[in-house]
Design a protein around this ligand. Sequence first.
Ligand SMILES: CC(=O)N[C@H]1[C@@H](OP(=O)(O)OP(=O)(O)OC[C@H]2O[C@@H](n3ccc(=O)[nH]c3=O)[C@H](O)[C@@H]2O)O[C@H](CO)[C@@H](O)[C@@H]1O
Ligand SMILES: C=C(OP(=O)(O)O)C(=O)O
Length: 436
Amino acid sequence: MDAFRIVGGHPLRGTVRISGSKNAALPILFSSLLGGSFSLSNVPCLRDVKTTLLLLEQLGLKISVRPEPLAESKGFDHNEPIWSDLLEISEGTTSPFEAPYDLVRTMRASVLCLGPLLARRKRARVSLPGGCLIGARPIDMHLKAFERMGARITIHHGYIDAETDGLEGSEISLPYPTVTGTENIMMAAVLARGTTTITNAAEEPEIVDLANFLVARGARITGAGTSTIRIVGVERLDPVHYSVMFDRIEAGTFLVAAALLGEEVTIREVESSPLSSILDVLKAMGAEAEIHTGAITLGAIRRPRGLSLRTLPYPGFPTDMQAQILPLMAIAEGPSSVVETVFENRFTHVMEMNRMGANIEIHGSQAMVRGGSRLEGAAVMASDLRASAGLVLAGLIAEGETEVRRVYHIDRGYEAIEKKLEALGARIKRIQEDSP
Ligand SMILES: CC(=O)N[C@H]1[C@@H](OP(=O)(O)OP(=O)(O)OC[C@H]2O[C@@H](n3ccc(=O)[nH]c3=O)[C@H](O)[C@@H]2O)O[C@H](CO)[C@@H](O)[C@@H]1O
Ligand SMILES: C=C(OP(=O)(O)O)C(=O)O
């Protein structure tokens, strides 16, 4: 298994290109099950994207990536996309409708095939995704919405079986603004008969990106980015070329790296507005950010100040940035606290950070950070995607050597993070675990 070996304390300087968004690319890719053909650029080269393409191929779609992913031998330029200048997707000649356990278990977002499969093929058999380390993560809201739209759903032997004679537009009021739930319903509604209104919809920028993409294909969607989304069903979707939005969580992760160690770091191919809550927190901790067109520059905070925050649905501070902000809180002057309101068990990185010298106590859904700690390098274990990113950031400021194990988690959601950090001046290498 791969691990990262990091020697902490090296300043970061330079420019880094932020990749396309995982959480926008995945629903856009799954929407290909709604039929027709299209091409995409700015699709990040991630394990979750590769899993999605594999699943879509099993579901009968034809996919070509042009040019082919760059061979390792061509080297890495942190200012260029690694692959996918163009990804073309079209319908094949068969219409399977089963998403098997072996793929779904490696990526919860596979559940995003349910809505489009039901809408287009009228049948879906999808393995229940189950929980994961950060929480139980049920999909009851997705399933209730599909039932309301006219699907018959049964669950047997770990599989969801869903079928319909044709989905009908409906009023869907979500008990919680679920992100993939909103996307799944929106995709199903695009080809449903009549009008669907989703109230208490999630407002994440990735939902807006999916809606913009679908509208460019001829879908009739209004209100994406607000809590009420209205979708009028259409017969079919048109071909289009679309470029996926930037990854605001990768951007946020590099902003925290800059706040920890930046002599001056510029992230490019970004917009500031989806990053507002992250920038607000960094500014409250003492950062001075320069916002340019398409780029943000930030340097290390000389004396970071502690603060209290809650993770919340967008536009609040994202749960996907909670692990990464903790190392900054750990070294800040004065105490900090984080209340995790989105997932019930998203603090597995805290024990590992404490092994590096942080002083963080967990009380239920709250992490109390003492502050003023000096972190020391240690061997630590990554337990999920963002936990890994948080541990990498902790390693960057720790004194001495840190080995972050099980970084396969980070490859789900960060494109060549070690190469991007190395290009900025970090001492970080991908190694085989236990290699000398
Ligand atoms: C691929 C993708 O976009 N993943 C993101 C998406 O995950 P995901 O869409 O899975 O997250 P949700 O917004 O659905 O989950 C939020 C909360 O609602 C609960 N819930 C959700 C659906 C449901 O039917 N029943 C239910 O109880 C979940 O267990 C969780 O506690 O949003 C999360 C919250 O911003 C992010 O951390 C993930 O990175
Ligand atoms: C939790 C995340 O992703 P997923 O919903 O795909 O598990 C994440 O991106 O941090």
